[in-house]
Design a protein around this ligand. Structure first.
Ligand code: GTP
Ligand code: MG
Length: 351
């Protein structure tokens, strides 16, 4: 009951019902036709195939992707990252509603969350926080990939993004959950990268975010409502000053700083204007296409690395010796260098 309702709303649950759906038999043509005609159920099922651990599902997913590729690429891809609890999900909901209700455009929301399998917390959180958007016919929300079967959650999200584009979603919002590598991974799949922060998030957090700040096309100080308006504006000014110290990006875009309230919706329109201005600039000067091409190249390299890695890890000769050598390294009986060499030799000899 719960899953049927959720599916109608475009929310695909990551729990048990998914497995059932993945095994529902549809042909490659049926999937592609369903996706291209904007059928959200089919889109959700196809993404489930992408995330499936079964090779047969993955193969089918690959074929569907191939067929959908010519229909993809026509969206504005926006990544949203920021401090935990900063209001990323709320902002996605506000942006999504703005696009759906005022612009009459379609919006897909995806999440990169490497921690979801362990905590499960953010999945639940996002589902409850995006209720209004989830109820819209023009929105598709995929809270989080289940596992990194093929090339990690980031790759699943990339592929899901292409399917969403083929299904006519002209705006893709990707929420980054978790810290560290995820941000770079998301930066590598979007056109515009938005950093959500808070006034008084603390020096420590700001410090962590310094590296991320350099990746951002806009930094938005959220929760600028109620008694917070003034401090948010002050924080924005400080961030703007800090950003001036960075060299100008090759695209010619100078990162924007804004304040907004995902709760009241104030500043959401201005935020989207910045995204659109960036799109116009980078489209006009060829930078967007160049950046997307570079992302494709990078993606290819990642897939190769992942494929090689998987082949290595599943190699019988390697597996037999790995545990023993790992223990020896930990106990100081052999060096990392020597152990790695032995494993690589074992791998190449088995070829
Ligand atoms: N006052 C105020 N509260 C907000 C605003 N945006 C979000 N919140 C609240 O802040 C809390 C966290 O919001 P989320 O949207 O879940 O933040 P998040 O960054 O997605 O959180 P995680 O994904 O858990 O890191 C919730 O209680 C929201 O209601 C805002 O603009 N103003
Ligand atoms: Mg969230």
């Amino acid at each position: 009951m719960k899953s049927a309702l959720s599916e109608r709303r475009g929310v695909a649950l990551p729990e048990a019902p998914r497995v059932e759906r993945a095994r529902t038999k549809h042909t490659r043509e049926q999937y592609v036709e369903g996706i291209v005609s904007g059928n959200r159920g089919m889109l959700a099922r196809a993404i489930t195939l992408i995330e499936s651990a079964r090779q047969a599902d993955r193969d089918l997913a690959g074929q569907i992707l191939e067929d959908c590729l010519p229909q993809s690429g026509n969206s504005l891809r926006v990544g949203i990252t920021g401090v935990p609890g900063g209001g990323k999900s709320s902002m996605i909901e506000a942006l999504g509603r703005f696009l759906v209700e005022e612009r009459q455009q379609k919006v897909a929301v995806l999440a990169v969350d490497p921690t979801s399998q362990i905590s499960g917390g953010s999945i639940l959180g996002d589902k409850t926080r995006m209720t209004a958007l989830a109820a819209s016919e023009s929105a598709f929300i995929r809270p989080s990939p289940t596992r990194g079967a093929a090339g990690g959650v980031a790759q699943n999200t990339r592929e899901a993004m292409l399917l969403c584009e083929a299904a006519g979603y002209s705006n893709i919002l990707v929420e980054t959950v978790g810290v560290g590598q995820t941000e770079t991974a998301v930066r590598g799949m979007v056109d515009f990268f938005l950093l959500v922060t808070l006034a008084g998030a603390g020096d420590e957090l700001q410090g962590i975010k310094r590296g991320v700040m350099e990746l951002a096309d806009a930094v938005v100080v959220n929760k600028a409502d109620g008694a917070n308006v003034k401090v948010a504006e002050r924080a924005r000014g400080e961030i703007a000053n800090a950003l001036h110290l960075f060299p100008v990006a090759a695209s010619g875009w100078a990162p924007r700083t804004l304040t907004c309230s995902a709760r009241t919706g104030k500043g959401i329109r201005e935020l989207w204007s910045a995204v659109e201005e960036h799109a116009a600039l980078t489209h006009g000067n060829g930078w967007r296409q160049a950046a997307r091409n570079e992302q494709q190249r990078q993606w290819m390299r990642e897939l190769i690395e992942h494929g090689l890695r998987q082949h290595f890890d599943t190699n019988v000769q390697v597996r037999e010796r790995m545990t023993v050598l790992e223990r020896e390294v930990v106990q100081g009986q052999t060096t990392s260098f020597r152990a790695a060499q032995m494993l690589l030799d074992a791998y190449f000899k088995s070829k």
